[in-house]
Design a binder for this molecule. Structure first.
Ligand SMILES: [Zn+2]
Length: 285
């Protein structure tokens, strides 16, 4: 099969890109059907079953192509290719694609699978390939969570509930933290005593005491730690503030604000945010 250099919907005439009428109509149809409520799979299956060139290789390939078409903004800009659809239509399609498709198709659990752990033993959770959807369980053989099968749907429901709650009320993310901390160690304490002792020995060795004090100051400084928690809380709130009250943040933003997600054998799911705040979702019993 030869690879196509010109984007679907266009052709070359006299060194310029112009609209390919037949394909252009299909591009328009794809955008209007998708924003009109059809799913990508429904659209691509129709195109495949009509045996339309470009979509006739396989159902999977047809679906990939529809995804690609929906994602290309050159269909609405006038830059290199003449526009086929309006910017509004493209934006509407993109919004739908971002909000639903990615979440459903990839599953939030697969996107953040590297921070998904067992609440009981702390080991990573993995999913079984025996089912068509993902069912998560613990890797430790004698852990009660080993025989769990927490489905993608249960997982997504819990996580989205938690995230919706923090979008609605960001104060849930607040933590009580001390911004900076100083914890002296044994070496510092010994040096401190040493200086105090020297202050009682007559005649006073000023140079030695002064040198000691400077050294001590530098060592004390190294023992100060600055807590990043508040900065991280602001970062999460900043990311979430871009989300409307009835919307969910994008999948990549969700990944940015989460540190860890755990589940126990009763499928109670906890989300730990990057500022250390843990918010739990309990199943209604
Ligand atoms: Zn476990």
């Amino acid at each position: 099969m030869k690879t196509r250099k010109i984007p679907y919907g266009y052709m070359m005439r006299g060194g310029r890109y112009i609209i390919n009428d037949e394909e252009g109509e299909i591009v328009k149809d794809i955008f209007t059907s998708f924003t009109g409520g059809k799913t990508v799979t429904e659209i691509s299956n129709e195109l495949y079953s009509k045996k339309l060139p470009y979509f006739d290789v396989s159902k999977t390939k047809a679906r990939e192509k529809v995804y690609m078409i929906l994602g290309h903004d050159y269909y609405c800009t006038q830059d290199k290719y003449p526009a086929l659809i309006s910017t509004d239509l493209f934006t509407a399609a993109k919004k739908l694609l971002d909000a639903s498709t990615k979440h459903v198709k990839r599953g939030i659990d697969s996107v953040i699978s590297n921070c998904f752990y067992c609440e009981l033993c702390g080991r990573p959770l993995i999913y079984s390939r025996l089912y068509t959807d993902r069912r998560w369980h613990c890797t430790t053989k004698d852990c009660p969570n080993h025989t769990s099968d927490i489905s993608s749907a249960v997982f997504a429901d819990a996580l989205y509930t938690i995230i919706r709650n923090v979008v609605a009320d960001p104060s849930l993310l607040d933590t009580q933290t001390v911004i900076s901390r100083y914890t002296p160690d044994m070496v510092v304490k010994r040096k401190e005593n040493d200086i105090l002792m020297r202050c009682h020995i007559k005649p006073l060795d000023y140079d030695r005491i002064r040198k000691g004090i400077f050294e001590l100051a530098s060592e004390k400084y190294d023992l100060c730690s600055y807590d990043r928690t508040n900065a991280r809380t602001s970062e999460i709130k900043r990311i979430l503030s871009a989300t409307g009250p009835d919307e969910l943040p994008g999948i990549n933003d969700i990944r940015k604000i989460l540190r860890k997600v755990t589940a126990d054998h009763l499928a109670n799911i906890k989300a730990e945010f990057i500022n250390g705040k843990v918010i739990e979702f309990r199943k209604e019993q």
